[in-house]
Design a protein around this ligand. Structure first.
Ligand SMILES: Nc1nc2c(ncn2[C@@H]2O[C@H](COP(=O)(O)OP(=O)(O)O)[C@@H](O)[C@H]2O)c(=O)[nH]1
Ligand SMILES: [Mg+2]
Length: 712
């Protein structure tokens, strides 16, 4: 780690721009392994920010800098790498591709004004890729597609572009294609030039060779028609169809406008290994992607929720910025990555941090003024000091003690709150145990730090099961969370997640409680008789006093009730609290001297225990209401799996776009691994929510789940 910091921090000086029009914020999004992090390295080299590209496998890239990313050999969080191309500062925002880290993708999309969607030429389009494209579409950002890894043994650019068109729509058309001769080179369909990377970046420019010209004319016609179809100039199509030549400038202008509108997605083939496409990508970003001036900031309110006039990307406007990522550096402490939407951040100032309101996920409520000492331009983990950060740019702040991912940073005189982007719900529970007392303290400290940086992690201290449960996005997320806790010095292990069960009476029974000790001194004397009957689910514990003739003096009735309720809460012959019963006190005996509050509490407890022994208890297990949203093609598999989990389908509903909603009740105990299993069952195309519905009598002997059958 330390070595890496030295390597990257020495390599480039940071730039602080004055004009938001000279910034481009571009998120690299795409499935895991498509080559985003490696492409970022190649772009850093092409723009001369780095002399030499690092490697994901060796853990030497700028963006995969944290320990978890290095160990998993894939990105687990977003990272920023700025490059300067001409007079434009491009903030490359590398994001993880694996579904567990979709929260980081959403944060990256929030910080970005456009997307480079990266798919590998050797892998094609899988359902997870479609989900990521939908994330980008939901964010409404302009997108270009990079078909990467051209040197892959199974690379098939034409097939990959066709698959992209099929999955993402007809607006996907290539702007460049690889040459047919196998050289590391591209031809431009609009420019009709050849870009040869045989000697690396920058490419040598040639005229297109004759065989290529023929091969490409069809693709060029399709592209031109695609651009013209998207043009706002409606006369263009008629002129084109009439055979009038359309100038390259007109085409490029129309293309850029269609890209910015988000209706046209140019494809650029690229290869991080050879540098092919890097110049075209940098040019394309600088020319065709919108600057922050063309992207309206999110809406803001005061921290009390009063609407604020619309923010503008104006360096002289009120300060409004959002924390999009939080990490902990072993030397500088907490590092908050911030996208500025309005105003200008300057060092040596006090700013206001407004909390994001995720208290239901175990985050502390906070709203505080904090001092900013220095501002930094991050290059992966390296922090380079800058004198300011204007609206539209991205920077890092250190040592903010209250700031969490999703928080708003604003001026102290005009505190603002930007509602955070939609955070995905973590649904995989992982119960953790600290090994020793001192591990417990370390764990608590590390957890609060971890939660601050990760809004997709939810903490639950379950009072009933006594477990500390970390709700994670999936197994890979859980793995990162656990390794960070361990790296923080806490010895922690996991244990099976327990569900909080209940018990109730199998039938009605009477119980006798006698607590009599009268051997010398102040004695104890209490006798009571109760009848206990089961009630419908959800009725709780009811206590009825039917004592007549004062056989138990009225001041001791509450004592009996207290003893009864305490015993039921504690459970009888097990840990499960007893619920849904009516306990009727109908008889008893007292002594004028030796009876006491304590004696009647004990007698009450003994009486319900006695009744329970006669009636027998049944176990109640919690049921959750589960709502699954899935593509129709998985309906049979998901329904079959739900029934193997003892689920009861309440109804299904057809949605638009070939999706179905299933509503079902499923025992909580069967849902522990549901996020993992549902993902593998539907290739990640389904989502679900769950919330506690009620308790239900558990089967005497729970059927063993057959995982093979569940997946069939
Ligand atoms: N040969 C070759 N390998 C690549 C290229 N791009 C990425 N890789 C390798 O593919 C793997 C995944 O790349 P990575 O950048 O981590 O993908 P990400 O998950 O999209 O960030 C790594 O082992 C890279 O070294 C490329 O253009 N050529
Ligand atoms: Mg990566």
């Amino acid at each position: 780690m330390a070595e890496k910091n030295v390597k990257t921090s020495g390599s480039a000086t940071a730039v602080a721009v004055e004009d938001p029009g000279r910034v481009r914020n571009v998120a690299l999004v795409g499935p895991s392994g498509s080559g985003k992090t490696t492409l970022t390295e190649a772009l850093l080299v092409a723009a001369k920010t780095l002399n030499r590209a690092g490697s994901v496998v060796e853990g030497t890239t700028v963006c995969d800098h944290d320990q978890a990313a290095i160990r998993q050999q894939r990105s687990v969080g977003l990272a920023v790498a700025p490059v300067v191309h001409g007079d434009i500062k491009i903030n490359l925002i590398d994001t993880p591709g694996y579904a567990d880290f979709v929260g980081e993708v959403r944060a990256g999309l929030r910080a970005a004004d456009a997307v480079l969607f990266v798919v590998s030429a050797g892998h094609g389009i899988d359902p997870a890729t479609v989900s990521l494209w939908e994330e980008c579409a939901a964010a409404g950002l302009p997108r270009a597609v990079v078909v990467s890894r051209l040197d892959h043994a199974r690379a098939n650019v034409d097939a990959t572009i066709a698959a992209c068109r099929e999955a993402f729509g007809a607006g996907v058309l290539p702007l460049y294609l690889p040459t047919g001769d196998g050289d590391p080179a591209l031809v431009g369909l609009v420019t009709q030039r050849r870009y040869d990377y045989s000697n690396g970046h920058p490419p040598r420019l040639d005229d297109v060779g004759s065989e290529d010209a023929e091969r490409l004319s069809e693709a060029r016609d399709a592209l031109i028609e695609g651009i013209i179809a998207e043009s706002e100039d409606e006369t263009l199509m008629d002129r084109y169809l009439a055979g009038e030549p359309i100038s390259e400038d007109t085409l490029i202008t129309d293309l850029e406008q269609a890209v910015a509108r988000g209706t046209f997605h140019p494809v650029i083939p690229a290869c991080a290994q050879t540098g092919v496409g890097t110049a075209e990508i940098l040019d394309g970003i600088a020319r065709a992607f919108p600057s922050p001036l063309e992207h309206a900031p999110p809406t803001a309110t005061t921290p009390e929720g009063i609407p604020h006039p619309r923010l503008a990307p104006d360096p002289d406007g009120p300060l409004a910025a959002e924390v999009v990522h939080t990490s902990v550096d072993s030397y500088v402490g907490r590092v908050s990555l911030v996208r500025v939407f309005s105003g200008t951040l300057r060092p040596e100032r006090t700013i206001h941090v407004s909390g994001h309101g995720l208290t239901d996920r175990g985050h502390d409520e906070h709203d505080a003024d904090e001092r900013v000492a220095h501002l930094y331009s991050p290059l992966g983990a390296a922090l380079r000091e800058v004198p300011h950060c204007v609206a539209g740019d991205v920077c890092a702040l250190t040592k903010l003690t209250s700031a969490e991912t999703g928080d708003t940073v604003s001026g102290t005189d005009d505190p603002l709150l930007i509602a955070p982007w939609e955070m995905p719900e973590p649904l995989l529970p992982v119960a953790v145990v600290a090994q020793t007392r001192s591990d417990e303290d370390t764990l608590a400290r590390n957890l609060s730090r971890l939660v601050a940086g990760d809004p997709t992690l939810r903490l639950e201290h379950n009072a009933e099961t006594g477990q500390l449960v970390l709700w994670c996005m999936g197994e890979a997320h859980a793995d990162v969370v656990l390794s960070m806790l361990r790296a923080g010095g806490a010895e922690v292990t996991t244990e099976p997640v327990r569900t909080s069960r209940r018990a109730t009476f199998a039938r009605s029974a009477e119980g006798h409680g006698r607590h009599v000790k009268q051997s010398g001194g102040h004695g104890q004397y209490a006798v009571c008789d109760v009848s206990v009957e089961p009630l419908p689910r959800g009725e709780g514990v009811e206590f009825v006093d039917r004592i007549v003739g004062g056989v138990i003096p009225h001041q001791f009735i509450p004592s009996v009730e207290k003893g009864v309720r305490a015993q039921l809460r504690e459970g009888i012959g097990g840990d499960d609290p007893v619920v849904d019963v009516r306990v009727t006190l109908f008889d008893g005996k007292a002594h004028s001297v030796d009876s006491s509050d304590a004696a009647f509490q004990t007698a009450g407890a003994l009486a319900v225990k006695d009744a329970a022994a006669k009636a027998g208890l049944v176990t109640l297990e919690p049921l959750d209401e589960v709502v699954v949203r899935l593509p129709d093609s998985y309906l049979g598999a998901v329904l079959g799996d739900l029934s193997s989990r003892r689920g009861r389908v309440l109804g299904t509903e057809s949605l638009e776009g070939g999706h179905t909603l299933i509503r079902a009740e499923v025992p909580s105990a069967e849902l522990v691994r549901y996020p993992v299993d549902l993902r593998s069952l539907t290739s990640g195309r389904a989502s679900f929510t769950r919330h506690h519905a009620r308790y239900e009598v558990a089967p005497q002997k729970l059927p063993a789940r057959d995982p093979a059958k569940a997946r069939a």
